[in-house]
Design a protein around this ligand. Sequence first.
Ligand SMILES: Nc1ncnc2c1ncn2[C@@H]1O[C@H](COP(=O)(O)OP(=O)(O)O)[C@@H](O)[C@H]1O
Ligand SMILES: [Mg+2]
Length: 228
Amino acid sequence: MLQAEEIYKSYKMGATKVTVLKGVNLTVEKGEFVAIIGASGSGKSTFLHILGALDRPDKGIVRFEGRDLNDFSAGEINGFRNKLVGFVFQFYHLLDELSVLENVYLPTMVSKDVVGWLACRKWAKNRAKELLAQLGLSERANHKPYQLSGGERQRVAIGRALMNEPELLLADEPTGNLDSATGNGILDTLEKLNKAGQTIVMVTHNDMIAKRAGRIIKLVDGKITAAF
Ligand SMILES: Nc1ncnc2c1ncn2[C@@H]1O[C@H](COP(=O)(O)OP(=O)(O)O)[C@@H](O)[C@H]1O
Ligand SMILES: [Mg+2]
Protein backbone atom coordinates (compact mmCIF):
# COMPACT_ATOMS: atom_id res chain seq x y z
CA MET A 1 0.00 0.00 0.00
CA LEU A 2 2.68 2.47 1.08
CA GLN A 3 6.35 2.51 0.21
CA ALA A 4 9.02 4.91 1.41
CA GLU A 5 12.28 4.66 -0.49
CA GLU A 6 15.56 6.22 0.66
CA ILE A 7 13.94 9.11 2.53
CA TYR A 8 16.26 11.97 3.55
CA LYS A 9 15.24 14.99 5.62
CA SER A 10 17.26 17.67 7.34
CA TYR A 11 16.41 20.84 9.21
CA LYS A 12 18.44 24.04 9.33
CA MET A 13 18.87 25.43 12.83
CA GLY A 14 20.60 28.76 12.30
CA ALA A 15 23.92 27.94 10.68
CA THR A 16 23.82 24.24 11.48
CA LYS A 17 22.07 21.60 9.44
CA VAL A 18 20.67 18.61 11.31
CA THR A 19 20.07 15.56 9.16
CA VAL A 20 17.23 13.65 10.79
CA LEU A 21 16.45 10.95 8.21
CA LYS A 22 19.35 9.40 6.29
CA GLY A 23 17.91 7.00 3.77
CA VAL A 24 14.88 5.44 5.47
CA ASN A 25 13.03 2.61 3.71
CA LEU A 26 9.68 1.17 4.71
CA THR A 27 7.01 -0.87 2.97
CA VAL A 28 3.58 -1.13 4.58
CA GLU A 29 1.25 -3.83 3.28
CA LYS A 30 -2.52 -3.48 3.33
CA GLY A 31 -3.89 -4.69 6.68
CA GLU A 32 -0.62 -4.34 8.61
CA PHE A 33 -0.19 -2.70 12.04
CA VAL A 34 3.35 -1.32 12.09
CA ALA A 35 4.97 0.44 15.04
CA ILE A 36 7.92 2.78 14.57
CA ILE A 37 9.99 3.17 17.71
CA GLY A 38 13.00 5.33 18.47
CA ALA A 39 14.30 7.74 21.09
CA SER A 40 12.84 11.21 21.42
CA GLY A 41 14.26 13.32 18.61
CA SER A 42 15.09 10.33 16.39
CA GLY A 43 12.82 11.60 13.61
CA LYS A 44 9.70 9.47 14.15
CA SER A 45 7.23 12.35 13.76
CA THR A 46 9.19 13.74 10.83
CA PHE A 47 8.97 10.37 9.08
CA LEU A 48 5.25 9.93 9.85
CA HIS A 49 4.49 13.40 8.50
CA ILE A 50 6.34 12.53 5.30
CA LEU A 51 4.36 9.26 4.97
CA GLY A 52 1.11 11.24 5.27
CA ALA A 53 2.23 14.04 2.92
CA LEU A 54 2.09 16.62 5.71
CA ASP A 55 5.76 17.25 4.92
CA ARG A 56 8.06 16.54 2.00
CA PRO A 57 11.36 14.69 2.03
CA ASP A 58 14.52 16.41 0.75
CA LYS A 59 15.25 13.27 -1.22
CA GLY A 60 13.54 9.93 -1.71
CA ILE A 61 10.13 8.78 -2.84
CA VAL A 62 6.87 7.90 -1.08
CA ARG A 63 4.54 5.75 -3.16
CA PHE A 64 0.91 5.17 -2.33
CA GLU A 65 -0.52 2.16 -4.12
CA GLY A 66 2.41 2.32 -6.48
CA ARG A 67 2.08 6.02 -7.33
CA ASP A 68 4.81 8.53 -6.44
CA LEU A 69 3.27 11.27 -4.25
CA ASN A 70 5.40 13.77 -6.21
CA ASP A 71 3.22 13.02 -9.24
CA PHE A 72 0.01 13.92 -7.38
CA SER A 73 -1.53 17.29 -8.30
CA ALA A 74 -2.21 19.76 -5.48
CA GLY A 75 -5.86 18.63 -5.45
CA GLU A 76 -4.85 14.99 -5.30
CA ILE A 77 -2.48 15.66 -2.40
CA ASN A 78 -5.31 17.36 -0.51
CA GLY A 79 -7.52 14.36 -1.23
CA PHE A 80 -4.76 12.03 -0.07
CA ARG A 81 -4.40 13.88 3.25
CA ASN A 82 -8.11 14.23 3.81
CA LYS A 83 -9.57 10.96 2.52
CA LEU A 84 -6.91 8.30 2.11
CA VAL A 85 -5.03 8.99 5.34
CA GLY A 86 -6.33 9.58 8.87
CA PHE A 87 -4.13 11.20 11.51
CA VAL A 88 -4.15 10.78 15.27
CA PHE A 89 -1.83 12.99 17.34
CA GLN A 90 -0.55 12.91 20.91
CA PHE A 91 -2.47 16.03 21.94
CA TYR A 92 -5.74 15.16 20.11
CA HIS A 93 -6.07 18.54 18.32
CA LEU A 94 -9.84 18.70 18.77
CA LEU A 95 -11.78 21.96 18.39
CA ASP A 96 -13.22 22.98 21.76
CA GLU A 97 -15.93 25.22 20.22
CA LEU A 98 -17.43 22.22 18.43
CA SER A 99 -19.30 19.30 19.95
CA VAL A 100 -17.81 15.82 19.96
CA LEU A 101 -20.14 14.82 17.09
CA GLU A 102 -19.16 17.90 15.05
CA ASN A 103 -15.46 17.21 15.62
CA VAL A 104 -15.92 13.71 14.21
CA TYR A 105 -17.71 14.76 11.02
CA LEU A 106 -15.56 17.86 10.43
CA PRO A 107 -13.21 16.11 7.91
CA THR A 108 -16.20 15.35 5.68
CA MET A 109 -17.57 18.87 6.02
CA VAL A 110 -14.29 20.54 5.07
CA SER A 111 -13.83 18.28 2.05
CA LYS A 112 -17.11 19.49 0.48
CA ASP A 113 -18.46 22.73 -0.90
CA VAL A 114 -21.76 24.00 0.52
CA VAL A 115 -23.93 22.12 -1.95
CA GLY A 116 -21.93 18.92 -1.52
CA TRP A 117 -22.15 19.23 2.26
CA LEU A 118 -25.91 19.76 2.23
CA ALA A 119 -26.25 16.67 0.05
CA CYS A 120 -24.28 14.41 2.38
CA ARG A 121 -24.86 16.04 5.77
CA LYS A 122 -27.35 13.46 6.93
CA TRP A 123 -25.12 10.57 5.91
CA ALA A 124 -22.12 12.24 7.60
CA LYS A 125 -23.93 12.79 10.89
CA ASN A 126 -25.09 9.19 10.89
CA ARG A 127 -21.60 7.89 10.16
CA ALA A 128 -20.18 10.08 12.95
CA LYS A 129 -22.81 8.71 15.35
CA GLU A 130 -21.96 5.14 14.34
CA LEU A 131 -18.27 5.80 14.93
CA LEU A 132 -18.99 7.28 18.35
CA ALA A 133 -21.08 4.21 19.21
CA GLN A 134 -18.25 1.93 18.05
CA LEU A 135 -15.83 3.90 20.23
CA GLY A 136 -18.13 3.77 23.25
CA LEU A 137 -18.84 7.51 23.15
CA SER A 138 -22.52 7.71 22.24
CA GLU A 139 -23.32 9.41 25.55
CA ARG A 140 -20.71 12.07 24.84
CA ALA A 141 -21.86 13.17 21.36
CA ASN A 142 -23.15 16.56 22.49
CA HIS A 143 -20.38 17.31 24.97
CA LYS A 144 -17.50 19.64 24.20
CA PRO A 145 -14.02 18.10 24.06
CA TYR A 146 -12.89 19.98 27.20
CA GLN A 147 -15.59 18.15 29.17
CA LEU A 148 -14.00 14.77 28.39
CA SER A 149 -11.14 12.79 29.89
CA GLY A 150 -7.88 12.34 27.96
CA GLY A 151 -8.76 8.82 26.86
CA GLU A 152 -12.20 9.93 25.67
CA ARG A 153 -10.67 12.83 23.76
CA GLN A 154 -8.27 10.49 22.02
CA ARG A 155 -11.13 8.20 21.05
CA VAL A 156 -12.92 11.21 19.54
CA ALA A 157 -9.74 11.98 17.61
CA ILE A 158 -9.67 8.38 16.36
CA GLY A 159 -13.30 8.74 15.26
CA ARG A 160 -12.43 11.91 13.38
CA ALA A 161 -9.46 10.17 11.73
CA LEU A 162 -11.75 7.33 10.60
CA MET A 163 -14.59 9.57 9.37
CA ASN A 164 -13.60 9.48 5.68
CA GLU A 165 -12.82 5.74 5.79
CA PRO A 166 -9.08 6.20 5.25
CA GLU A 167 -6.96 3.48 3.69
CA LEU A 168 -4.23 4.24 6.20
CA LEU A 169 -4.34 5.39 9.82
CA LEU A 170 -1.23 7.24 11.03
CA ALA A 171 -0.89 7.68 14.80
CA ASP A 172 1.85 9.77 16.41
CA GLU A 173 2.33 8.79 20.09
CA PRO A 174 -1.44 8.26 20.47
CA THR A 175 -1.01 7.16 24.10
CA GLY A 176 1.80 9.61 24.91
CA ASN A 177 -0.37 11.86 27.03
CA LEU A 178 -2.35 9.12 28.82
CA ASP A 179 -1.82 6.97 31.90
CA SER A 180 -1.00 3.36 31.08
CA ALA A 181 -4.48 1.91 31.73
CA THR A 182 -6.13 4.53 29.52
CA GLY A 183 -3.35 4.10 26.95
CA ASN A 184 -4.04 0.38 26.87
CA GLY A 185 -7.69 1.13 26.12
CA ILE A 186 -6.59 3.20 23.11
CA LEU A 187 -4.32 0.33 21.99
CA ASP A 188 -7.25 -2.08 22.34
CA THR A 189 -9.22 0.20 20.05
CA LEU A 190 -6.39 0.33 17.49
CA GLU A 191 -5.98 -3.45 17.67
CA LYS A 192 -9.69 -3.98 17.08
CA LEU A 193 -9.64 -1.63 14.09
CA ASN A 194 -6.63 -3.49 12.68
CA LYS A 195 -8.39 -6.85 13.12
CA ALA A 196 -11.27 -5.39 11.11
CA GLY A 197 -8.80 -4.63 8.31
CA GLN A 198 -7.57 -1.10 9.05
CA THR A 199 -3.93 -0.51 8.05
CA ILE A 200 -2.12 1.37 10.83
CA VAL A 201 1.30 2.94 11.27
CA MET A 202 1.92 4.08 14.85
CA VAL A 203 4.88 5.97 16.25
CA THR A 204 5.92 5.56 19.88
CA HIS A 205 9.02 5.90 22.04
CA ASN A 206 7.70 3.13 24.31
CA ASP A 207 8.74 -0.49 23.58
CA MET A 208 5.83 -1.96 25.56
CA ILE A 209 3.32 -0.01 23.49
CA ALA A 210 5.05 -0.96 20.25
CA LYS A 211 4.70 -4.65 21.14
CA ARG A 212 0.96 -4.34 20.57
CA ALA A 213 1.64 -3.89 16.84
CA GLY A 214 2.15 -6.69 14.33
CA ARG A 215 5.60 -5.47 13.29
CA ILE A 216 8.11 -3.11 14.89
CA ILE A 217 10.80 -1.08 13.20
CA LYS A 218 13.30 1.17 14.93
CA LEU A 219 14.76 4.51 13.90
CA VAL A 220 18.34 5.00 15.06
CA ASP A 221 20.71 7.66 13.73
CA GLY A 222 18.37 8.43 10.86
CA LYS A 223 18.14 4.84 9.66
CA ILE A 224 15.96 1.78 10.21
CA THR A 225 17.53 -0.94 12.34
CA ALA A 226 16.27 -4.26 13.68
CA ALA A 227 13.88 -3.55 16.57
CA PHE A 228 14.93 -5.97 19.30
N1 LIG B 1 10.39 22.11 11.94
C1 LIG B 1 11.58 21.80 12.49
N2 LIG B 1 12.61 22.66 12.44
C2 LIG B 1 13.82 22.34 12.96
N3 LIG B 1 14.10 21.17 13.54
C3 LIG B 1 13.12 20.26 13.61
C4 LIG B 1 11.81 20.52 13.10
N4 LIG B 1 11.04 19.42 13.31
C5 LIG B 1 11.84 18.52 13.94
N5 LIG B 1 13.08 19.03 14.12
C6 LIG B 1 14.20 18.32 14.74
O1 LIG B 1 14.34 17.07 14.12
C7 LIG B 1 14.64 16.06 15.05
C8 LIG B 1 13.61 14.96 14.97
O2 LIG B 1 12.35 15.46 15.40
P1 LIG B 1 11.05 14.56 15.46
O3 LIG B 1 10.80 13.99 14.11
O4 LIG B 1 9.98 15.38 16.05
O5 LIG B 1 11.52 13.40 16.44
P2 LIG B 1 10.65 12.38 17.33
O6 LIG B 1 9.24 12.44 16.86
O7 LIG B 1 11.30 11.05 17.11
O8 LIG B 1 10.82 12.81 18.75
C9 LIG B 1 14.70 16.74 16.41
O9 LIG B 1 16.07 17.00 16.70
C10 LIG B 1 13.94 18.00 16.21
O10 LIG B 1 14.40 19.03 17.03
MG1 LIG C 1 7.51 12.93 17.81
